[in-house]
Design a binder for this molecule. Sequence first.
Ligand code: ZN
Ligand code: FE
Length: 256
Amino acid sequence: MLTLVPLPAFDDNYIWVWHDGIHAMAVDPGDPAPLLDFLDAGGLTLSALLITHHHRDHTGGNPLLRQRTGCAIHAPDNPRIPAVTHVVRGGDIVHIPALGLRFDVIATPGHTLDHVSYVGHGCLFCGDTVFGCGCGKLFEGTPAMMAASLDAILALPDETRVCCAHEYTLANIAFAKTIDGANPALLERERADRALRAQHRPTLPSTLALERATNPFLRFHDADMTAFAARRLGRPHPTPAEVFGAIRAAKDAWDG
Ligand code: ZN
Ligand code: FE
């Protein structure tokens, strides 16, 4: 019997922890303190970390956690990620024997070039690639690269639980309403997620079905997002990657 927990860290990060009451794994522990406290409180042994990309808010806990627990650290090939024991690439499979878990690694460049996501047991750990109703900023990659990464995620089943690394959902919904305000699924999501946040509960994990219905950054193949992009770009028939790029540019401008 496995339990999945989003541990809050910093202002808005989540460290996803999966445990069986004895062993645990965690994703992207930027800060080791909340994870060590959680392990101590539950008497849990940390077996492994999965790291999605090199940003410090996802990797800062690696050295201390490795030193304290001897855990395996699976991460993409980047010298900026500390204390890695197992380098992963898209197409690899990661095994966590203590928990009987296995994950497929998918390359999801865009937010950073090294970004990977982990898929297994009905969950997607997507770091800063997909957020609730949003997606990561393109710090290193191109719109076409990110659109291809999102297409790989869109190929997963509807019921996949989407475990993002930040609680940005309400702000993302506010933006989504500026370009998709007549979408009833989006308005329903706003009601539901506002209620969760009013009780200081996570809006995550969401499901891929909900993201498909409400997240403009996953709808770059849709006619209404294509129409939005055509208006913004001032020319007809943008490609799906151009539609994605136009939505991303609109969000960057909205963020100011
Ligand atoms: Zn990041
Ligand atoms: Fe981040």
